[in-house]
Design a protein around this ligand. Structure first.
Ligand SMILES: [Zn+2]
Length: 346
């Protein structure tokens, strides 16, 4: 069996040149006086700066750790959809998506872009469609990140099963793209962004789908729940039991044709549990490297987010199952990626 392509389905541009943050800070400083700028054209980042920010970071680690391709989206905590209004989010999403696109053009073998949306609390998600279309048609994006809580920790939007979100789902189905359900910075001090808000949101998204019949309305809609699915795999028995109480079908039938989990779980016992509990067909390799947890685990001597090590070391998985996690499932869940790879003979 030929070795699988190692596709990391969850990477963010966390190492963008400083000018991006400076631009954003100026935008935030002028929220109430937008005529003072900054304009989109004021942001100037050269190809060389982009190259350096990638070559010394993500690409270096991909080579060291042995992964081939990363699905690359704007930095999640910087999406900060709660800041400003739709116009503010729209400019910001446009800039961030364009940078990821440029990275994918500079390193076409290594990065494929995934879009953030210009969401804004209280604003109809249908307003995101033109940016979504631009990213798919012009930038070759193969998926989107969808924030179920644009308020940043206050949960003011309806559940993902609500018709509120249907305009986005209709577009996802039309283009055959999945969404990673991914929140951004928490502005609620009760919830630490990456330690609580992210994992809460992962768990919440799953439960919102469980209590609903969303996938009856959209049988081909696909959600990727990151960070190993939050608390979901660990509490699988609770979710199975709740589905039973609610007279829902078995989870395999009810949710697992539509919901997938990544492997951003930063220790071996966690990956062992994930791969034991969740069917292998629903698990996609990811590391979210240079993300929330950047240190070295003193117990192993390796980076916490070097998740390939855990997949390799798993005593549960065989080679065929590893192929599915590294490559096969991701190509199935992201058909536009599969088509791109096939066009290159891969
Ligand atoms: Zn992420």
């Amino acid at each position: 069996m030929k070795p699988p392509m190692i596709i990391d389905c969850h990477g963010h541009y966390t190492t963008a040149p400083k000018a991006l943050e400076t631009w954003r800070n100026a935008q935030i400083a002028n929220l109430n006086t937008p005529h003072l700028g900054p304009k989109v054209a004021d942001l100037k980042i050269s190809d060389d700066e982009l190259r350096e920010s990638i070559e010394t970071n993500q690409l270096r680690l991909m080579k060291e750790r042995g992964s081939d391709l990363t699905l690359f989206s704007p930095r999640a905590s910087f999406m900060a959809h709660h800041i400003g209004d739709f116009q503010v989010s729209s400019k910001w999403a446009g800039i961030c998506n364009e940078l990821c696109y440029r990275v994918s053009q500079l390193f076409p073998e290594s990065f494929v872009p995934v879009a953030m949306l210009p969401q804004s609390p209280g604003v109809d998600p249908a307003t995101c469609i033109s940016e979504l279309e631009r990213c798919i048609r012009e930038f070759g994006n193969v998926g989107i990140n969808l924030n179920p809580d644009p308020s940043g920790g206050h949960w003011t939007s309806p559940a993902l099963s609500d018709k509120h979100w249907y305009p986005i789902y209709e577009k996802m189905v039309e283009h055959n793209i999945p969404a990673m359900v991914h929140v951004s910075t928490s502005c609620n001090s009760c919830f630490h962004t990456t330690g609580a808000h992210y994992l809460n949101a992962d768990t919440t998204a799953f439960m919102q789908c469980l209590t609903s019949d969303l996938f009856k309305d959209f049988p081909t809609l696909r959600f990727l729940i990151p960070h190993g699915g939050g608390a979901v795999p660990y509490h699988w028995g609770r979710f199975r039991g709740l589905a039973q109480e609610l007279k829902k079908p078995l989870l395999q039938e009810h949710l697992l044709k539509n919901i997938f989990f990544d492997t951003c779980v930063y220790h071996q016992p966690g990956i062992d549990l994930l791969t034991k509990v969740i069917p292998v067909d629903n698990i996609l390799f990811a590391s979210e490297m240079i993300g929330a947890v950047r240190g070295i685990d003193p117990e192993t001597g390796y980076y916490f987010d070097d998740t390939k090590r855990y997949i390799q070391a798993s005593s549960i998985l065989n080679d065929e199952q590893r192929y599915k996690i590294y490559e096969g499932n991701t190509r199935r869940v992201f058909p536009l990626l599969d088509a791109k790879l096939k066009a290159k003979g891969l």
